[in-house]
Write a protein that binds this ligand. Structure first.
Ligand SMILES: *[C@@H]1O[C@H](CO)[C@@H](O)[C@H](O)[C@H]1NC(C)=O
Ligand SMILES: *[C@@H]1O[C@H](CO)[C@@H](O)[C@H](O)[C@H]1NC(C)=O
Ligand SMILES: *[C@@H]1O[C@H](CO)[C@@H](O)[C@H](O)[C@H]1NC(C)=O
Length: 321
């Protein structure tokens, strides 16, 4: 099922890269193109919000989140002890977002919500790629984007249950890679289909290309994992309307539910455990650094999933209420 499509030829790739660099260093306030389709205003903003969409009409991410802020959030990522020094950069983040901003990523609901969503997404990224520990210089939260892959995988994460849909390629290893790390053949297969990149045969592309690594994470962020479960994006910005069952399960729109969507019972419904607090702390730290302030994160029950019934367990909300 995975789409077989290789990368562009080398010459095309180099030419494309040159164009991207030129646009990034150009005036950030590139003009917005506007047109009306069936009575609705849609816009496109050059390379950053690259498809006609209503979401491209207002602020785009680079209006409120710039290189210096990315450097602030991930200030230790290029130190010699960091495991992916030189890999992650702002340009990759914005380039990756060009395909997702027209879908509403970082472009929904006005500037405050937009800034909060970028902080939320990066909060997940930072907490999953950190090598910070208690006594790390700059504090443990300054070490996001330290890794781009799992260092000592204990297995190759090939699940034979998916041998017909997402068969493992002999010799390929599906260990954790990326910004919100991908694990397992079926996840590489599904995200590869979404991105039209053959990740099932080439999982290593994720650790070789920061734009692709960010795109994979954004794809997970905007995609509902299965029926009855919202995307993290919809859960965060409030597009998702909880059902009665969700309400009984204490799942409400906000950051807490994004953890439930992405990690389920690994992180949620277990009270204030370290794994959950680590994601929350990164989100709060980034809210402070980008100038929103952690008080905008909302109350404990919205910010965490400590008391939520995980989406991954069977829907029996009465058991916990
Ligand atoms: C863009 O901004 C206008 C005016 O603030 C607002 O009414 C509209 O909902 C915004 N569009 C989107 C897609 O957020
Ligand atoms: C990195 O991945 C992106 C998205 O698939 C692609 O457009 C770009 O050409 C890749 N860069 C390199 C150097 O292969
Ligand atoms: C709600 O939960 C009940 C009890 O677990 C279940 O039988 C029902 O199918 C659920 N409804 C939806 C819409 O998920």
């Amino acid at each position: 099922m995975a789409t077989k499509r290789g990368f562009m030829s080398m010459t095309v790739a180099i030419a494309a890269l040159a164009v991207i660099i030129a646009s990034v260093s150009a005036d950030p306030s590139t003009p917005t193109l506007v047109k009306t389709v069936r009575g609705k205003k849609v816009c496109k903003r050059d390379w950053e919000c690259a498809e006609w969409s209503k979401y491209c009409c207002n602020h785009t991410i680079s209006d409120f989140f710039q290189t210096y802020q990315f450097e602030d959030l991930f200030s230790k990522r290029n130190t010699p002890v960091a495991h992916a020094a030189g890999f992650w950069d702002y340009k990759s983040f914005i380039t990756a977002s060009a395909a997702y901003q027209p879908k509403g990523f970082g472009t929904t609901g006005g500037k405050l919500m937009q800034m909060k969503e970028v902080a939320a997404f990066l909060g997940h990224v930072g907490s999953k790629t950190t090598c910070g520990y208690g006594v790390a210089t700059g504090g443990p939260l300054a070490w996001g984007l330290c890794y781009n892959k799992e260092m000592s995988p204990s297995q190759s994460y090939c699940d034979d249950y998916y041998k017909y849909t997402y068969p493992c390629t002999p010799g390929a290893e599906y260990y954790g890679r990326g910004a919100i790390p991908l694990y397992w053949n079926y996840n590489y297969g599904a995200v590869g289909e979404a991105l039209k990149v053959d990740l099932l045969n080439h999982p290593e592309y994720i650790e070789q290309n920061a734009t692709l690594a960010f795109m994979a994470a954004m794809s997970m962020w905007v995609t509902s994992p299965r029926k009855g479960v919202p995307s993290a994006h919809d859960a965060f910005v409030g597009n998702w309307k909880p059902t009665k069952n969700d309400t009984l399960a204490k799942r409400s729109p906000g950051f807490g539910t994004t953890m439930n969507v992405l990690y389920g019972d690994l992180t949620c419904g277990q009270g204030d455990i370290d794994g959950m607090n680590n994601v929350v702390s990164h989100y709060q730290y980034y809210l402070d650094l980008i100038g929103v302030g952690r008080e905008e994160a909302g109350p404990h029950e919205v910010l965490t999933c400590a008391e939520q019934v995980p989406f991954t367990s069977s829907p029996t909300p009465s058991a916990s209420s």
